[in-house]
Design a protein around this ligand. Sequence first.
Ligand code: FAD
Ligand code: SAM
Length: 678
Amino acid sequence: MKLVTPNISWQENGHPFSEDYKDIYFSAEDPIGESEHVFLRGNLLPERWQQLDRDQFTLAELGFGSGLNFLLACKLWNESPTKGQRLHYIAFEKHPLQLDQMQKLHALWPELQPFSEQFITQYADQGSGCHRFLLSDAIILDLHFGDAKDRLNQLEQRAGIDAWFLDGFNPKRNHAIWGSNILQQIARLSHAGTTLSTYSVAGTLRRNLNQIGFTVKKIQGFGRKRHMLQASYEQTDIQNQPLSDAWNKVPYFTLPSTQKNIAIIGAGLSGCSLAYSLSRRGVKTKIYEVANTIAAGASGIPLFSLRPRLFQANSAIAEYYLHSFLFSSKMLQSLTRFGELTWYQCGVVQLQSALNKKSPLKTLSLTALYPDSVLRNLTDYSRTKLRSIADIETALFFPQGGFVSPASLCAAYCTLSKVAVHLNTAVATLVQKEIKVGSPNIYKEHNGWQLRGDNGDLIDTVDAVIFANSQNISQFEQLRELPIESVSGQVTRFAGTAESNNIDHIITGERTLFPSTDHELVSHLVAASYRNFDGLTPNDSFSDFDNEENFKAIQKSLTNKSLLHNDILQSQAAIRSSTPDRVPLVGAVPNINIIKNRYGGLKRNANRKFDNLYTDQNYWPGLYISAAHGSNGLATCGYSAEILASLICGEQLPIGQETLDALNPIRFAIRDLKKQIS
Ligand SMILES: Cc1cc2nc3c(=O)[nH]c(=O)nc-3n(C[C@H](O)[C@H](O)[C@H](O)COP(=O)(O)OP(=O)(O)OC[C@H]3O[C@@H](n4cnc5c(N)ncnc54)[C@H](O)[C@@H]3O)c2cc1C
Ligand SMILES: C[S@@+](CC[C@H](N)C(=O)[O-])C[C@H]1O[C@@H](n2cnc3c(N)ncnc32)[C@H](O)[C@@H]1O
């Protein structure tokens, strides 16, 4: 997760020089002129973007460096008639620059300041994995930190890459980034008409590009460079090796964004963030909510804390949780900047007692694994301040953590997405229905869905449905076999004291103590009890017993036992939903009967391979889910919404195939077949 920072020296002209690769980042004379010539015009972007007739354009860059090419692409996109269309810029960088280095460089290009500012305010972290940035003008930046070779391997072809910028260091000094390994991935992710450009005209590169299906031309270079390469991909009949098992091939929805009509069931954090992510892609959604208000379920708890779920070693799932946290932290900051809500980025202190007791996490190796911007030891200053409050000897600190009212976050998502929210509407069943789209002469039929209420009355007919109704998913026939567990939890607000008024971080032990937001009437929310939900008591009924438990448990973490009064000012209960492996259900909804029949052979041989034919039938057409967010919904709902929106729109995802498989709801049916549980 932590990456090696680049070893840079600064030249007289203020440009960086890589001491690791002994090379410059860009032209000494005219970096902007060179970048526009080699990469933007080299890929014919000015002409292509004048007449773009698709929802999205996907660009990929090898060697992000300072992001100059990215900023220039944003500027050109903004100047082109691309309103309502999306630019998806995917970049790879092995040695990310530090924030101060990035700022120093961007100051050289005042004309790019509007784009730089949006990027820099979100650029805080240098951990490995894909950092997704949302910018204005419908620009998405996926910044993959790590070796391009390893990151490219994990991307599915999907709609493919439309243009490539190859901007590694000189091939003589940085062979790996031009190697055949990487070029093969480039070919795999390209489609007929994909272009590529680079400043290098090395003979081996030209030959290798030719070999993998590119037609390569030497054209005039920039400035003193005589030539550069321009290439276009011509192959159409490539049979790519699948990245995963046949059952993990998730179909995507081929209607153009503006024609998609999607219903979301549930107006909690999951449903509202989905409406927001889809609206950024021009997709119309409607939310159906059984309660008389949004955020009526678990997302109605008064405050949520944002902190990352930690893992002892890097893995696809560890990366998902880290990037859920980072994405949500950026989202909350940006919504606050635009006045949509109040996000308190106060930092979270995590005490030893909060760490998983079954297999204790070792704090030393955690601080070695996670980047400092995510997790660090407390400073001496904080230690001195907190010592009189809690036992902080082995505590960890998350500086980007904080808290927010989830209901106000749901409201912000609904306002920004302009989604139509239908309250007091319980969706009871879904019935498959053929839908015609297009005009009378060219109707196309596809499978849609009727939403029906308790009495069978028709609520709506839509192209697709997303289930965001948490523990209630099992009420639907199509989801009945997905395992979902319910755990109820309760928060209690206790009266504080003059001393507790000084607490300015969240403190998490067996319970979580939130700082007081009112400095006159000091009070602290304490979260939360855990109780297996028996399904008998109503969702929101709270108990005195849990209030008592909350008080006792928080007192255990506090060294000063008179910091809080046992005066209960508020208590509220709700249900968290989760899965047996504690990872949410995010993806297309599998058709379990088909899965059981088609992959029944796994019962005899768990390693059996299956062909990739007709895999679309493994999933119900147009049914998707984002649920079972457990105790981490503030981090995972928004990020999962982005993943699902990308999946539905056929975009490249911010996660690799391995992570997608680990979130895929199909995993439980496959696991059962392999374990011979029918
Ligand atoms: C006490 C407690 C404290 C927590 N603290 C934190 C925290 O500090 N940080 C954190 O990250 N997470 C926390 N969580 C977890 C967090 O609440 C969840 O992960 C998150 O709210 C899940 O959001 P959701 O949208 O999936 O579910 P919900 O918010 O429960 O939304 C589901 C919605 O679906 C609606 N619905 C259900 N069935 C239907 C139907 N048939 N038709 C129409 N609508 C329907 C429900 O009314 C509900 O509004 C806490 C949870 C609890 C219980
Ligand atoms: C010439 S610089 C890129 C300049 C950049 N486009 C800019 O505008 O600043 C080359 C970049 O490639 C990165 N790089 C080198 N090897 C890499 C690899 N294997 N994977 C990803 N990035 C790599 C370097 O760290 C460096 O930032």
